[in-house]
Ligand binder design. Sequence first.
Ligand code: FE2
Length: 377
Amino acid sequence: MKNLLKNFSKLVNRRSFLKKGFAAAGTTTVGAGLLANGLSVFAKDDGGEEKRGGLNKGDAAILRFLAAAEILETDFWVQYNELGGIQDDEVPGGSGSAAYTAALKVLDGDMDQYIHDNTEDEFTHQNFLNAYLASKGAATVNLEPFRTLPGSTATGSSLKLRLTNLMQLTLDTSWWTRYRSRANNPDLDPSFVFPQAVPGLNSGKFTAIPRTDADLAPADHLQAIANTAAFHFPTIEQGGNSLYPSVAQRVTNPEVLRIVLSIGPTETMHFQTWQDKAGNAPPLTDSTNGLVFPNLNASPLGGEDFQTNLIMPEPCPFIDPKLPVCSIIRPTETKGIATGVVNFLTSMGLFIGQSQAFFQLLGSLAADADNAKREQE
Ligand SMILES: [Fe+2]
Protein backbone atom coordinates (compact mmCIF):
# COMPACT_ATOMS: atom_id res chain seq x y z
CA MET A 1 0.00 0.00 0.00
CA LYS A 2 2.83 2.37 0.89
CA ASN A 3 4.42 1.69 -2.49
CA LEU A 4 1.16 2.38 -4.18
CA LEU A 5 0.90 5.73 -2.47
CA LYS A 6 4.48 6.53 -3.39
CA ASN A 7 3.74 5.75 -7.01
CA PHE A 8 0.72 8.01 -6.96
CA SER A 9 2.73 10.87 -5.54
CA LYS A 10 5.25 10.38 -8.33
CA LEU A 11 2.50 10.52 -10.91
CA VAL A 12 0.80 13.47 -9.35
CA ASN A 13 2.90 16.57 -9.05
CA ARG A 14 0.68 19.51 -8.53
CA ARG A 15 3.40 22.09 -9.08
CA SER A 16 4.35 20.68 -12.45
CA PHE A 17 0.65 20.48 -13.30
CA LEU A 18 0.24 24.12 -12.48
CA LYS A 19 3.16 25.11 -14.67
CA LYS A 20 2.58 22.88 -17.65
CA GLY A 21 -1.02 21.79 -17.49
CA PHE A 22 -1.94 18.18 -16.88
CA ALA A 23 0.24 15.80 -18.81
CA ALA A 24 -1.14 12.33 -18.27
CA ALA A 25 1.45 9.91 -17.02
CA GLY A 26 2.43 7.80 -19.99
CA THR A 27 -0.92 6.57 -21.16
CA THR A 28 -3.69 7.29 -23.62
CA THR A 29 -5.33 10.60 -23.04
CA VAL A 30 -8.82 11.43 -24.16
CA GLY A 31 -8.65 14.87 -25.66
CA ALA A 32 -9.88 16.99 -28.50
CA GLY A 33 -8.61 15.02 -31.49
CA LEU A 34 -9.97 11.66 -30.52
CA LEU A 35 -13.54 12.83 -30.71
CA ALA A 36 -13.33 15.05 -33.73
CA ASN A 37 -15.20 12.43 -35.74
CA GLY A 38 -17.95 12.25 -33.15
CA LEU A 39 -17.13 8.70 -32.06
CA SER A 40 -17.78 7.70 -28.51
CA VAL A 41 -14.50 7.39 -26.65
CA PHE A 42 -14.39 3.62 -26.59
CA ALA A 43 -16.93 2.85 -29.25
CA LYS A 44 -14.49 0.42 -30.82
CA ASP A 45 -13.78 -1.33 -27.55
CA ASP A 46 -14.97 -4.93 -27.41
CA GLY A 47 -16.48 -4.38 -23.99
CA GLY A 48 -13.72 -6.18 -22.13
CA GLU A 49 -11.05 -4.71 -19.89
CA GLU A 50 -9.17 -1.71 -21.13
CA LYS A 51 -5.69 -2.36 -22.49
CA ARG A 52 -3.23 -3.58 -19.85
CA GLY A 53 -5.54 -2.51 -17.06
CA GLY A 54 -7.77 -4.09 -14.46
CA LEU A 55 -10.67 -1.70 -14.89
CA ASN A 56 -13.69 -2.78 -16.84
CA LYS A 57 -15.00 -0.42 -19.47
CA GLY A 58 -17.83 0.95 -17.33
CA ASP A 59 -15.69 1.71 -14.28
CA ALA A 60 -13.10 3.44 -16.46
CA ALA A 61 -15.82 5.49 -18.16
CA ILE A 62 -17.28 6.55 -14.81
CA LEU A 63 -13.86 7.55 -13.46
CA ARG A 64 -13.09 9.44 -16.66
CA PHE A 65 -16.30 11.41 -16.45
CA LEU A 66 -15.59 12.21 -12.81
CA ALA A 67 -12.04 13.29 -13.76
CA ALA A 68 -13.45 15.64 -16.40
CA ALA A 69 -15.95 17.09 -13.92
CA GLU A 70 -13.18 17.60 -11.35
CA ILE A 71 -10.90 19.28 -13.92
CA LEU A 72 -13.72 21.73 -14.70
CA GLU A 73 -14.43 22.28 -11.00
CA THR A 74 -10.74 22.92 -10.37
CA ASP A 75 -10.63 25.46 -13.17
CA PHE A 76 -13.34 27.67 -11.73
CA TRP A 77 -12.27 27.24 -8.12
CA VAL A 78 -8.83 28.47 -9.17
CA GLN A 79 -10.48 31.60 -10.56
CA TYR A 80 -12.23 32.17 -7.24
CA ASN A 81 -9.05 31.55 -5.28
CA GLU A 82 -6.98 33.94 -7.37
CA LEU A 83 -9.34 36.80 -6.52
CA GLY A 84 -11.03 35.85 -3.25
CA GLY A 85 -9.06 33.06 -1.59
CA ILE A 86 -5.66 32.61 -0.02
CA GLN A 87 -2.78 32.36 -2.48
CA ASP A 88 0.02 30.21 -1.15
CA ASP A 89 2.22 27.23 -2.05
CA GLU A 90 -0.77 24.88 -1.85
CA VAL A 91 -2.91 26.93 -4.21
CA PRO A 92 -0.68 29.36 -6.10
CA GLY A 93 -1.73 31.76 -8.87
CA GLY A 94 -3.25 35.21 -8.61
CA SER A 95 -2.63 37.82 -5.98
CA GLY A 96 -6.10 38.51 -4.61
CA SER A 97 -8.62 41.33 -4.99
CA ALA A 98 -8.79 43.04 -1.60
CA ALA A 99 -12.22 44.56 -2.23
CA TYR A 100 -13.78 41.30 -3.51
CA THR A 101 -12.21 39.31 -0.66
CA ALA A 102 -13.68 41.81 1.81
CA ALA A 103 -17.14 41.53 0.21
CA LEU A 104 -16.98 37.73 0.49
CA LYS A 105 -15.99 38.06 4.15
CA VAL A 106 -19.23 39.89 4.87
CA LEU A 107 -20.73 36.37 4.72
CA ASP A 108 -18.08 34.74 6.92
CA GLY A 109 -14.66 35.84 8.12
CA ASP A 110 -13.19 32.53 6.92
CA MET A 111 -14.43 32.71 3.32
CA ASP A 112 -10.89 33.07 1.90
CA GLN A 113 -9.73 29.98 3.81
CA TYR A 114 -12.72 27.92 2.69
CA ILE A 115 -12.24 28.99 -0.94
CA HIS A 116 -8.58 28.01 -0.72
CA ASP A 117 -9.36 24.62 0.80
CA ASN A 118 -12.16 23.83 -1.64
CA THR A 119 -9.79 24.70 -4.52
CA GLU A 120 -7.06 22.45 -3.17
CA ASP A 121 -9.56 19.60 -2.72
CA GLU A 122 -10.62 19.83 -6.38
CA PHE A 123 -6.99 19.75 -7.53
CA THR A 124 -6.45 16.55 -5.58
CA HIS A 125 -9.64 14.99 -6.98
CA GLN A 126 -8.70 15.61 -10.61
CA ASN A 127 -5.07 14.61 -10.08
CA PHE A 128 -5.94 11.43 -8.20
CA LEU A 129 -8.62 10.27 -10.63
CA ASN A 130 -6.41 10.74 -13.68
CA ALA A 131 -3.41 9.16 -11.93
CA TYR A 132 -5.53 6.19 -10.84
CA LEU A 133 -6.79 5.69 -14.41
CA ALA A 134 -3.19 5.87 -15.64
CA SER A 135 -2.03 3.38 -12.98
CA LYS A 136 -4.58 0.90 -14.36
CA GLY A 137 -3.50 1.49 -17.96
CA ALA A 138 -6.76 3.26 -18.74
CA ALA A 139 -7.13 6.42 -20.80
CA THR A 140 -7.03 9.66 -18.84
CA VAL A 141 -8.71 12.99 -19.53
CA ASN A 142 -6.97 16.11 -20.80
CA LEU A 143 -9.03 19.25 -21.32
CA GLU A 144 -6.04 21.58 -21.84
CA PRO A 145 -6.79 22.05 -25.58
CA PHE A 146 -9.99 23.80 -24.46
CA ARG A 147 -8.23 26.34 -22.22
CA THR A 148 -9.32 29.16 -24.50
CA LEU A 149 -11.63 31.42 -22.48
CA PRO A 150 -10.38 34.80 -21.32
CA GLY A 151 -11.11 35.25 -17.60
CA SER A 152 -11.22 38.23 -15.29
CA THR A 153 -8.78 41.06 -15.91
CA ALA A 154 -9.40 42.57 -12.46
CA THR A 155 -6.37 43.23 -10.26
CA GLY A 156 -5.42 39.93 -8.60
CA SER A 157 -6.21 37.65 -11.56
CA SER A 158 -3.38 35.58 -13.05
CA LEU A 159 -4.84 36.50 -16.48
CA LYS A 160 -4.53 32.84 -17.54
CA LEU A 161 -6.89 31.40 -20.13
CA ARG A 162 -9.73 29.34 -18.60
CA LEU A 163 -11.88 26.30 -19.29
CA THR A 164 -14.94 27.74 -17.54
CA ASN A 165 -16.77 31.05 -17.49
CA LEU A 166 -17.81 32.60 -14.16
CA MET A 167 -18.96 35.87 -15.66
CA GLN A 168 -22.37 34.97 -17.18
CA LEU A 169 -23.94 32.61 -14.65
CA THR A 170 -27.61 31.69 -14.35
CA LEU A 171 -28.08 29.83 -11.07
CA ASP A 172 -30.74 27.29 -10.18
CA THR A 173 -31.01 27.90 -6.43
CA SER A 174 -33.85 25.41 -5.88
CA TRP A 175 -31.53 23.12 -3.90
CA TRP A 176 -32.22 25.53 -1.02
CA THR A 177 -35.84 24.45 -0.82
CA ARG A 178 -35.21 20.87 -2.04
CA TYR A 179 -33.06 20.11 1.01
CA ARG A 180 -35.59 21.82 3.27
CA SER A 181 -38.59 19.90 1.93
CA ARG A 182 -40.09 17.18 4.10
CA ALA A 183 -42.67 16.24 1.50
CA ASN A 184 -40.89 15.98 -1.84
CA ASN A 185 -37.94 14.04 -3.21
CA PRO A 186 -37.02 14.77 -6.86
CA ASP A 187 -36.42 11.04 -7.43
CA LEU A 188 -40.01 10.24 -6.38
CA ASP A 189 -41.70 13.39 -7.72
CA PRO A 190 -39.70 14.32 -10.84
CA SER A 191 -42.31 16.89 -11.89
CA PHE A 192 -42.38 18.76 -8.57
CA VAL A 193 -40.93 22.27 -8.93
CA PHE A 194 -38.88 23.31 -5.91
CA PRO A 195 -39.04 27.10 -5.45
CA GLN A 196 -35.92 29.19 -6.01
CA ALA A 197 -34.15 30.78 -3.03
CA VAL A 198 -32.96 33.69 -5.19
CA PRO A 199 -35.30 33.85 -8.19
CA GLY A 200 -33.29 36.70 -9.74
CA LEU A 201 -30.20 34.51 -10.11
CA ASN A 202 -32.24 32.00 -12.09
CA SER A 203 -33.22 34.47 -14.80
CA GLY A 204 -30.50 36.56 -16.36
CA LYS A 205 -26.71 36.33 -16.49
CA PHE A 206 -24.57 37.47 -13.60
CA THR A 207 -20.90 37.53 -12.84
CA ALA A 208 -19.62 35.82 -9.70
CA ILE A 209 -16.20 37.48 -9.86
CA PRO A 210 -15.17 41.06 -10.64
CA ARG A 211 -14.66 41.03 -14.42
CA THR A 212 -12.50 44.14 -14.26
CA ASP A 213 -11.71 46.62 -11.53
CA ALA A 214 -14.77 48.57 -12.70
CA ASP A 215 -16.88 45.87 -10.96
CA LEU A 216 -15.43 46.86 -7.55
CA ALA A 217 -17.98 49.69 -7.26
CA PRO A 218 -20.62 50.70 -6.34
CA ALA A 219 -20.67 48.78 -3.06
CA ASP A 220 -24.07 47.11 -3.66
CA HIS A 221 -22.82 45.81 -7.04
CA LEU A 222 -19.65 44.32 -5.55
CA GLN A 223 -21.63 42.75 -2.70
CA ALA A 224 -24.09 41.31 -5.25
CA ILE A 225 -21.12 39.71 -7.07
CA ALA A 226 -19.88 38.21 -3.79
CA ASN A 227 -23.43 37.02 -3.00
CA THR A 228 -23.65 35.45 -6.48
CA ALA A 229 -20.41 33.56 -5.78
CA ALA A 230 -21.79 32.51 -2.41
CA PHE A 231 -24.81 30.94 -4.14
CA HIS A 232 -22.72 29.49 -6.96
CA PHE A 233 -20.53 27.54 -4.49
CA PRO A 234 -23.34 25.40 -2.99
CA THR A 235 -25.17 25.21 -6.34
CA ILE A 236 -22.13 23.44 -7.76
CA GLU A 237 -21.25 21.35 -4.72
CA GLN A 238 -24.78 19.98 -4.26
CA GLY A 239 -24.37 18.68 -7.81
CA GLY A 240 -21.22 16.77 -6.83
CA ASN A 241 -23.11 15.69 -3.73
CA SER A 242 -25.63 13.86 -5.96
CA LEU A 243 -23.24 12.82 -8.74
CA TYR A 244 -21.02 10.51 -6.69
CA PRO A 245 -23.72 8.39 -5.01
CA SER A 246 -25.57 8.26 -8.34
CA VAL A 247 -22.64 6.80 -10.26
CA ALA A 248 -21.62 4.56 -7.34
CA GLN A 249 -24.70 2.45 -8.01
CA ARG A 250 -23.21 1.29 -11.31
CA VAL A 251 -19.58 0.72 -10.29
CA THR A 252 -18.29 -2.89 -10.43
CA ASN A 253 -14.84 -3.00 -8.83
CA PRO A 254 -14.77 -2.61 -5.00
CA GLU A 255 -11.68 -0.37 -5.16
CA VAL A 256 -13.37 1.94 -7.67
CA LEU A 257 -16.43 1.95 -5.40
CA ARG A 258 -14.16 2.90 -2.49
CA ILE A 259 -12.78 5.82 -4.52
CA VAL A 260 -16.24 7.07 -5.46
CA LEU A 261 -17.54 6.62 -1.91
CA SER A 262 -14.53 8.44 -0.46
CA ILE A 263 -14.50 11.48 -2.75
CA GLY A 264 -18.27 11.99 -2.88
CA PRO A 265 -18.74 12.90 0.79
CA THR A 266 -16.08 15.63 0.55
CA GLU A 267 -18.39 17.31 -1.98
CA THR A 268 -21.08 17.01 0.68
CA MET A 269 -18.82 18.70 3.23
CA HIS A 270 -18.29 21.52 0.74
CA PHE A 271 -22.02 21.79 0.08
CA GLN A 272 -22.97 22.06 3.72
CA THR A 273 -20.33 24.67 4.43
CA TRP A 274 -21.37 26.75 1.46
CA GLN A 275 -25.07 26.41 2.19
CA ASP A 276 -24.38 27.90 5.61
CA LYS A 277 -22.47 30.84 4.07
CA ALA A 278 -25.10 31.48 1.37
CA GLY A 279 -27.63 31.90 4.16
CA ASN A 280 -25.55 34.84 5.40
CA ALA A 281 -25.73 36.74 2.08
CA PRO A 282 -26.99 40.22 2.95
CA PRO A 283 -30.36 41.07 1.34
CA LEU A 284 -29.81 43.79 -1.28
CA THR A 285 -30.55 45.06 -4.77
CA ASP A 286 -27.68 45.57 -7.22
CA SER A 287 -28.24 49.15 -8.41
CA THR A 288 -26.47 48.43 -11.73
CA ASN A 289 -28.73 45.59 -12.92
CA GLY A 290 -31.61 45.21 -10.46
CA LEU A 291 -30.56 41.75 -9.18
CA VAL A 292 -32.34 41.17 -5.86
CA PHE A 293 -31.07 39.03 -2.99
CA PRO A 294 -34.14 38.57 -0.79
CA ASN A 295 -34.29 38.14 2.96
CA LEU A 296 -34.37 34.33 3.14
CA ASN A 297 -35.80 34.41 6.67
CA ALA A 298 -38.92 36.22 5.47
CA SER A 299 -41.95 35.30 3.32
CA PRO A 300 -42.27 33.50 0.89
CA LEU A 301 -39.56 31.45 2.61
CA GLY A 302 -38.63 31.75 6.27
CA GLY A 303 -40.43 29.84 9.00
CA GLU A 304 -39.30 26.64 10.65
CA ASP A 305 -38.48 24.70 7.48
CA PHE A 306 -36.70 27.51 5.65
CA GLN A 307 -34.72 29.39 8.26
CA THR A 308 -31.20 30.11 7.04
CA ASN A 309 -29.41 28.19 9.78
CA LEU A 310 -31.19 25.00 8.78
CA ILE A 311 -28.20 23.54 6.96
CA MET A 312 -28.76 19.85 7.58
CA PRO A 313 -31.14 18.00 5.27
CA GLU A 314 -34.75 17.74 6.33
CA PRO A 315 -35.94 14.13 6.09
CA CYS A 316 -37.97 13.34 2.98
CA PRO A 317 -39.63 10.36 1.32
CA PHE A 318 -37.06 7.86 0.03
CA ILE A 319 -37.37 4.77 -2.22
CA ASP A 320 -41.07 4.33 -1.46
CA PRO A 321 -43.48 6.90 0.02
CA LYS A 322 -44.89 4.13 2.22
CA LEU A 323 -41.57 3.91 4.07
CA PRO A 324 -40.77 6.43 6.81
CA VAL A 325 -39.09 9.70 5.76
CA CYS A 326 -35.31 9.71 5.86
CA SER A 327 -32.59 12.40 5.97
CA ILE A 328 -30.68 11.80 2.73
CA ILE A 329 -28.78 13.21 -0.20
CA ARG A 330 -31.18 13.76 -3.12
CA PRO A 331 -31.50 13.19 -5.99
CA THR A 332 -29.48 9.97 -6.40
CA GLU A 333 -31.23 8.50 -9.45
CA THR A 334 -28.43 6.87 -11.43
CA LYS A 335 -30.00 6.76 -14.88
CA GLY A 336 -28.58 9.49 -17.11
CA ILE A 337 -26.80 11.22 -14.23
CA ALA A 338 -23.63 12.17 -16.14
CA THR A 339 -25.53 13.68 -19.05
CA GLY A 340 -27.77 15.43 -16.51
CA VAL A 341 -24.71 16.97 -14.85
CA VAL A 342 -23.38 18.20 -18.20
CA ASN A 343 -26.76 19.77 -18.98
CA PHE A 344 -26.91 21.32 -15.51
CA LEU A 345 -23.46 22.91 -15.88
CA THR A 346 -24.17 24.03 -19.44
CA SER A 347 -27.46 25.72 -18.58
CA MET A 348 -25.70 27.44 -15.68
CA GLY A 349 -23.60 29.27 -18.29
CA LEU A 350 -20.35 27.79 -17.02
CA PHE A 351 -19.23 26.90 -20.55
CA ILE A 352 -20.34 30.02 -22.43
CA GLY A 353 -17.71 30.61 -25.12
CA GLN A 354 -16.56 26.98 -25.33
CA SER A 355 -16.16 25.26 -28.71
CA GLN A 356 -18.36 22.62 -30.25
CA ALA A 357 -15.50 20.12 -29.86
CA PHE A 358 -15.57 20.76 -26.10
CA PHE A 359 -19.28 19.95 -25.87
CA GLN A 360 -18.78 16.88 -28.07
CA LEU A 361 -16.04 15.55 -25.83
CA LEU A 362 -17.93 16.25 -22.61
CA GLY A 363 -21.13 14.76 -24.03
CA SER A 364 -19.26 11.67 -25.14
CA LEU A 365 -17.57 11.18 -21.75
CA ALA A 366 -20.99 11.54 -20.12
CA ALA A 367 -22.69 9.11 -22.52
CA ASP A 368 -20.01 6.49 -21.84
CA ALA A 369 -20.38 6.96 -18.08
CA ASP A 370 -24.17 6.68 -18.38
CA ASN A 371 -23.80 3.45 -20.34
CA ALA A 372 -21.71 1.85 -17.60
CA LYS A 373 -23.34 -1.16 -15.98
CA ARG A 374 -22.46 -2.96 -12.78
CA GLU A 375 -21.02 -6.35 -13.72
CA GLN A 376 -20.41 -9.52 -11.75
CA GLU A 377 -16.68 -9.48 -10.88
FE1 FE2 B 1 -14.40 17.58 -6.33
